[in-house]
Structure formats: structure tokens, C-alpha cells
Design a protein around this ligand. Structure first.
Ligand code: SF4
Length: 722
């Protein structure tokens, strides 16, 4: 398995000096001091001066070479230095500093494996047998996809290609005899299907509905509570009993009087002693009046009113006794802050208990998550594009009479094929809810941005020194925390607020899912509604307007990919209905059923037999190409017989005009059970009009005739009329 020789290798680089700057050939951020750049000999390389993306996590800005084995350390440094600084024309561009962290991580499993197997990381001792063992070892990781294994294999191949810049040279053999990594790893050729799961409709609809509630209904309370707390904190500095040089005894007297006044004011207002809301803490105390376990007294809030620390209340018998007496007399109040809580129109009750400082910080995070969901989903922007937004990124174009015509977002795209290090400025056209979410984020993040001297729209809101400046990858945690919060606060285990996914577990959100999901809906269900408010059609028109011509962000291409996939899924669904005996109706149904019969015969697809789904999809592919899913019918488009094109012979004949469709007359029209609901709703609407005795006779006759026609159309599907 191992080559027979293992020559000693120098632990000093033959090619690099220790004092050579790491970012020597790379454009730097304005204001970077070249004298402060990391050197080859350093064990931690700070790449921040060459990373232009503000929202990249801190972890990705440093290369950590504190690897115990000196040979691994030297080889990794020489390889990364070459990747960052050298171009290989026709083969490889310089590595973007923002990708260097991932590149080092991808190399580490191979280095660790060789060390573990042979006792030393000596590339000249690595032969094909050892490489095959590495491949087999990676395949044993059941969670590793073929694509990930291809990346790990490619790291080995690329390391060997850099043999001339490595002090210890290359491997003992040409890895896998020069075969490409994707073939070695078994990545299926042509399998370009996006592997990011689409968020199921019920899950997305509820998440978006609650996101709207947070931005449109709950946010004024959250902002007002923050303002109240800021004022209280500022005033507490003025009230500070320890700063005026009082004796201990005097401090106790002042605290007693102020606490007494505070409790009296609460008593007069009919409010209890403040206690913490349970937010991620199991702290409890005892409600002296109810003799029951309660959350602990909110000393932090009382401290602000009194201008003292907890010890001056909790550890002084007189003060503590007064507090317990007040609890017995007036009871407790969750939260305790003054900001009133708005009514939730869905329940007719306040949407939450009053705030305390912890629950306020928590709700601010939830509001940030809601803003992110709206921006990411309804703009179609990638996570990197959303997170590159800055305060002031939203502008509007107005008509001559002052009406808003366009909402525009300015941000950066990193996928344009242009300068991927710095990104390219780009503009997106969007819809009003996104504009509202951006405006809300600007207000919500103002303090954090000022504190952190950052103008990005998505700072970490928490006021702690040891946190990232920008949300970056924490966005995923935040969105899932939002889902968990909604379930805990407004749902039950049996009936979660955000419906579970197909595996009957809470759906795990990732930032990528939003763009893919909205692309799919725009491509395949443009008539669908989101949370009863947003029409995808409306969103898609706005999104596409932002990508006029060649799309900077590639969204139009992704929508087309989703359209192709969606059509295939839809035609397979039609076929599955046919197999179950659920036949469609409409003029095209006979033609489609003939096609399905042919496929069934060809595949011998009869009850009791298991047929390869891939073959079914392949045989139905030609039908999928013509399928246009609609609200009242599906169109198997044939321009020669399309009634919607009759009106205008000069019209573009490459696609149907769905808005001119004649679902019950056109030979291309096919109606399924999926279309029943809108037909029935239309019939019911006409029936409601007919119930009006003052309806003019002509209109009555027309409605009766039209309803009869609709009932005839759906009768084969429904077996009766509504
Ligand atoms: S009239 Fe309707 S079914 Fe016929 S081609 Fe046009 S859109 Fe398709």
C-alpha cells in the first residue's frame, strides 16, 4: 500500500521565505497597512485585508496552521500560498481569500488520513493503493454526498498538481491516473438537479404569514419597548445611588424610599411586582400570594427604577421583606415593562405578555428573522446578496403624480462572473412588503450598527463583545429559532404553528431554500398566493424587471430550471392519477390518456409491478415540454390548435396566452381534480348573485347559462355539481 521509500523532508520551505507577505499579489481593502499583513512564517494568516465581503463570518477570515505535524503544516502553507497568489492560465485562477478557509478544511481530511495510516505525512509515500483506501474511507461516511467526496478527492489531485511549489514535492503516482474527481467520486453525469429542498407550501405560507405579522403588527411594540428600556437605562445612571458618595446606611434609606414609591405606583396602576418571562431559563421563585412557583422577580427592572444593584434589594431584609409583602398583596406581572402590548386581531388578545429586557432582546431577534425571511423569499436574492444590503439600500421611483412605481434594492452580487472577490454592484426590483421589511431592519439595527461601526443591514443585535459583527451564517440558526419560537409561543406539540415537514418533524430551514422555493413557485404556480397576500405573479414580474436582459444574479435561469423540473413533476402526477383511475376531463384529455396508455404498455406498468420512475419521467418528457400549469386548467400547448392565439395571428406562437384561455373549448385544455376548487368557487359566486331578487333578467339568464356550462365541465371530475 505504501511506497517503499520515505526520504527525510526539510521542515523549512525551499520556495518561500518566512517574511514573505501572504497577500502580496492580492487587491486589499482601502486603508489596509501592508506592513501589518501576515507573513508566510506566521501560523495564523489574517486574510481580512483582502476580503471585501463584510458579512463573511470571522472564522473564514483567518487561516489557522497550528497543525501539530510540521510537514502537514509546511505543505498546507505552501499550497495555500500558491493558490492565493499564483494564476495557472487555462486551468486555475487565483483562489479568492474568502474561499481559502474552506480550501484548507477540504485538504485536512486527506492529510489526517495519510498521517494516521502511515505515521507521517510524506507525499512521496502516497501511492494509488493509499489513495483508494482514502476514497473508501470517505465513502464510509454515510452523510457524505458524492459531490462532497469529489471535492475531497479534487483537493488531493490539486495538491499533486502543485508539486513544484511544495518542498516535499508531489505524490508517488498520478492520482487516480488523471481521472476527474467527479468520475472517481461517482457524481452522476448530467445530474444538475438542484439538491436544495423546496420548502413545502404549508410550511412556507405559515412562516411568511407570521413574518408579516411580526413586521406589520408586532414591530411597533418591540421598537417602543426598546426605546423605553434605553430611557430607563439612561435615567438609572442619573439615579445611581453608589456614585454620590453616600454612606451605606443612607444608600439603604434611599433604596427603600424609591422601591416603596415604585411599588406604590404599580399598586395604583393595578399591576403586580415584575417577574421574568421564561426565555430559555428555568429560574423560578414562589408567588407568595398564590403559593405557587413563578418565574423569578425581575430585579433588573426594579434596579433601573431605583438606581441600584440587585444586592441592595435582595440582600437587605427590609427591602426584600417589602418586596415579598407587595407580591402577597398585588401579585406578580410577567415582564413588568410599561410598553403596552397590541391586540392580535386573529385572537383578540395581546400578542404576548409585557416585555422584560431578556424577552425584548429575544423578540428583536425574532423580528430580525422575520425581516430576513421576507427579504430573502420575496426578493429572490441569494443569502450573500441579502446580507450585502446596507442601510439606505432601498429607493423608490415615483410617477409624475408622486405614486410609488418601483421599489429598488441596491446590493452586491458575487456570482456574476465578474470580480467575485469584490462582487459586483447590482440592483433588484422588488415589492412593497420587502421594502417594509428593509425599513424595519434599518430601524431595528440602528443601535447595533452604530455600536459596531458597521453599515450592513444585518448586524448581530446582541450587545456582547465576543460576537460576530454580521449575522452571516447565524442567519440559519436565527430562522430555525424563529420557527421554534412560533411553535412554542403560539402552537402546541400536537398542532405546531409552522406545520411539520413530510417526515413529520419540524422543517429545518436553510438560507438557500428560500430562493429555490420562490423560483419554483414562480415557474410552476404563478397564480398561487402566499399567505393570502402576495401573488407570485406580482413578485415575479417585479423580480424579473430587476434582471432585465442578462441577469446579473442568474435568477431567471434558475426559474427556467425549476420550470422544467416542475413540469416533469406535474406530468408524472397526471400519470399517477391515470394509474389510479382518476381521469382528467377537457378537450385534450383523450389525447393525453392515449399517450399515458402508450407509456403504460411500453413499460408494462400494471398493478403489482414496480416500474423505474426514471424511465417514466424519460417517456413523459416530451409531454412535459408542452405543459403549462394553470389555475382553471392545464394546457398541453400545440400552437396549431391553440384558441388563445386565434385572436392575434401575428402573436408570438412559441407559448400560450394563458390569460386568453378557453378551458372548456380549446383542444389543448385538460382539467383535473386539482382545478376543481376554483371552478366550484366560481359557481358558488354566481349562485350568490342569483339569490338577489333584483337581478336584471338578462343578467340572470346569462349567469344561469354560464353556471350550467361550468357544471357540465366539472361533472366528470366531481360526479355532481356543488
Ligand atoms: S386556449 Fe388555453 S388551453 Fe388552449 S392553448 Fe391557449 S392557454 Fe392552452
Amino acid at each position: 500500500m505504501i511506497a517503499k521509500f520515505a526520504r527525510p523532508v526539510a521542515l523549512v520551505s525551499k520556495y518561500r521565505r518566512d517574511d514573505e507577505p501572504v497577500l502580496a499579489a492580492i487587491p486589499l481593502r482601502p486603508g489596509s497597512d501592508p506592513a501589518m499583513l501576515s507573513r508566510f512564517g506566521d501560523d495564523r494568516w489574517n486574510l481580512h485585508p483582502a476580503i471585501f465581503r463584510d458579512n463573511l463570518p470571522t472564522t473564514y477570515r483567518t487561516l489557522d496552521f497550528t497543525i501539530a505535524d510540521p510537514l502537514q503544516r509546511l505543505t498546507a502553507k505552501e499550497y495555500l500560498w500558491a493558490r492565493l497568489n499564483e494564476r495557472r492560465p487555462g486551468y486555475q485562477d487565483r483562489l479568492a481569500p474568502s474561499c481559502a478557509y474552506t480550501t484548507l478544511r477540504t485538504l485536512r481530511p486527506f492529510m489526517t488520513f495519510v498521517q494516521a495510516q502511515t505515521g507521517a505525512f510524506i507525499l512521496a509515500a502516497v501511492d494509488q493503493d493509499l489513495l483508494d483506501a482514502f476514497l473508501a474511507d470517505q465513502r464510509r461516511h454515510s452523510l457524505r454526498s458524492a459531490a462532497r467526496i469529489a471535492q475531497l478527492v479534487n483537493a488531493v489531485i490539486d495538491l499533486h498538481r502543485h508539486a513544484e511549489v511544495l518542498t516535499q514535492g508531489g505524490l508517488a503516482c498520478e492520482p487516480w491516473r488523471g481521472r476527474p474527481a467527479v468520475r472517481i467520486a461517482g457524481v452522476v453525469a448530467g445530474n444538475t438537479e438542484n439538491r436544495t429542498p423546496r420548502i413545502p407550501d404549508p410550511v412556507m405560507a405559515e412562516l411568511l404569514r407570521w413574518s408579516f405579522k411580526y413586521v406589520d403588527v408586532f414591530s411597533p411594540d418591540i421598537l417602543a419597548a426598546r426605546q423605553e428600556l434605553d430611557v430607563l437605562i439612561a435615567r438609572s445612571h442619573e439615579l445611581n445611588v453608589y456614585g454620590a458618595g453616600y454612606q451605606h446606611g443612607m444608600i439603604d434609606v434611599i433604596v427603600y424610599e424609591r422601591l416603596e414609591r415604585h411599588l406604590a405606583a404599580r399598586r395604583a396602576a393595578g399591576r403586580g411586582v415584575p417577574v421574568w418571562q421564561h426565555v430559555g431559563t428555568s429560574n423560578t421563585g414562589t408567588d407568595e400570594r398564590a403559593d405557587a412557583a413563578t418565574p423569578q422577580s425581575n430585579y433588573a427592572l426594579m434596579n433601573l427604577h431605583v438606581g441600584c444593584e440587585t444586592r441592595s434589594i435582595a440582600q437587605r431584609p427590609a427591602m426584600h421583606g417589602m418586596l415579598l409583602a407587595a407580591v402577597r398583596e398585588i401579585g406578580t406581572e410577567v415582564g413588568g415593562m410599561d410598553t403596552p402590548i397590541a391586540m392580535d386581531s386573529d385572537t383578540g388578545r395581546p400578542w404576548r405578555e409585557r416585555f422584560d429586557s431578556k424577552s425584548l432582546a429575544h423578540e428583536e431577534n425574532m423580528l430580525q428573522a422575520a425581516c430576513y425571511v421576507i427579504c430573502a423569499y420575496l426578493s429572490g436574492m441569494r443569502d450573500s446578496e441579502v446580507q450585502a444590503m446596507k442601510a439606505g439600500c432601498h429607493t423608490v421611483t415615483r410617477s409624475a403624480d408622486g405614486l410609488v412605481e418601483r421599489h429598488r434594492i441596491a446590493s452586491i452580487t458575487y456570482k456574476s462572473g465578474g470580480d467575485r472577490r469584490r462582487g459586483e454592484p447590482a440592483e433588484w426590483i422588488t415589492i412593497a412588503p420587502v421594502a417594509r421589511a428593509i425599513a424595519m431592519m434599518e430601524r431595528l439595527s440602528a443601535a447595533a450598527r452604530a455600536r459596531r461601526h458597521a453599515d450592513g443591514l444585518w448586524p448581530v443585535l446582541k450587545d456582547k463583545a465576543r460576537t460576530n459583527t454580521h449575522l452571516a451564517k447565524q442567519a440559519i440558526l436565527l430562522i430555525n429559532a424563529f420557527r421554534a419560537h412560533l411553535d412554542a409561543a403560539y402552537g402546541t406539540p400536537a398542532s405546531p404553528t409552522i406545520p411539520y415537514g413530510p417526515d413529520d418533524k419540524p422543517w429545518h430551514f436553510t438560507t438557500r431554500q428560500f430562493r429555490r422555493t420562490v423560483a419554483w413557485y414562480i415557474a410552476n404556480r404563478p397564480f398561487g398566493t402566499v399567505a393570502g397576500k402576495i401573488q407570485y405573479k406580482h413578485a415575479s414580474i417585479a423580480m424579473f424587471e430587476g434582471y432585465a436582459g442578462a441577469s446579473a444574479s442568474g435568477f431567471r435561469r434558475e426559474v427556467e430550471q425549476e420550470r422544467a423540473l416542475g413540469r416533469l413533476d406535474d406530468i408524472v402526477e397526471h400519470y399517477e392519477d391515470f394509474r389510479r383511475g382518476l381521469k382528467p376531463t377537457g378537450p385534450a384529455s383523450a389525447r393525453i390518456l392515449r399517450e399515458f396508455e402508450g407509456v403504460r404498455r411500453e413499460l408494462d406498468d400494471f398493478p403489482g409491478r414496480v416500474v423505474d420512475l426514471g424511465r417514466v419521467r424519460a417517456m413523459l418528457g416530451h409531454l412535459a415540454c408542452t405543459l403549462h400549469v394553470g389555475f382553471l386548467n392545464d394546457c398541453f400547448f400545440d400552437p396549431a390548435t391553440a384558441l388563445c392565439l386565434e385572436r392575434d395571428r401575428a402573436a408570438d406562437r412559441s407559448a400560450p396566452i394563458l390569460t386568453h384561455c378557453s378551458p372548456d373549448r380549446c383542444p389543448n385544455s385538460c382539467i383535473t381534480r386539482r382545478h376543481l376548487a376554483p371552478w366550484k368557487a366560481s359557481i358558488a359566486e354566481a349562485d350568490a348573485l342569483l339569490a338577489n331578487p333584483s337581478l336584471p333578467p338578462l343578467q340572470r339568464a346569462a349567469l344561469i347559462a354560464d353556471n350550467a356550462r361550468k357544471r357540465r365541465v366539472i361533472e366528470p371530475l366531481d360526479g355532481g355539481t356543488p
